[in-house]
Design a protein around this ligand. Sequence first.
Ligand code: C5P
Length: 250
Amino acid sequence: MSELNMATSMAAGAADRFRPRDARDRCIVALDLPNVGAAQALVSDLGEAVTIYKIGMQLVFAGGLDLIAPLNAAGKRVFLDMKLLDIDNTVAHGVESIAGLGATFTTIHAYPKAMRAAVKARGALPLGLLGVTVLTSMDDDDLSAAGYRSDVSSLVASRALDAADAGMDGLVCSAREAAQVRRAAGPDLLLVTPGIRPAGADAGDQKRTLTPGAAIANGSDYLVVGRPIAAADAPARAAETIIAEIEAAL
Ligand code: C5P
């Protein structure tokens, strides 16, 4: 077995613990809201429609970590989207602290050293580690402006290989690249895809978007949906429509 295949199959054992059970489980709602009260109101509005929530920097810096325990107690899972990137020691201790909070997933920017430090620190703790390949708000021009010589497609592919090699459980990438990432990284890594927009929805700042059905057809395991649900007139109905589209595409 090649080193890559061995790393991929070791990751498979870990990733299996984090696989979605059904269509509803695949729809991660991003709680990108200004305060805990607004997040609690959305969670209560969504009720049984949603089983997994993403808490990112906007809500974390407004007290959002306090929502993890009540969400877990209500039978929901929490993806704490911290996009860690720092020296190995700091990433390692950050991962330990995030596991202690009860999050089911967190993110590490897909730099080999940071991912290896995260995987080592996670050990047997029940925390899924996702590598962020290239933000879905970035295109080739943005990468070039940031000093990268690769285009989005080649950088995503090489970071996917690095993540598999490091023993990560999955990747965050655009649904547009999901099929290519599958081919590069093998069948076992979870693919978590933001930049989801139902047909006709406003893209906002996202540049590499896809509809829920097309994302599933491309091999996404989980879809991250923020504004199309949070900013909808009827969020629970918007979530159910997306979940029905996921179900139909499975
Ligand atoms: O509102 P929208 O559906 O665009 O929200 C997408 C969510 O996914 C945001 O919370 C954003 O931070 C996150 N995300 C992303 N692209 C990545 C990684 C995370 O859009 N590559």
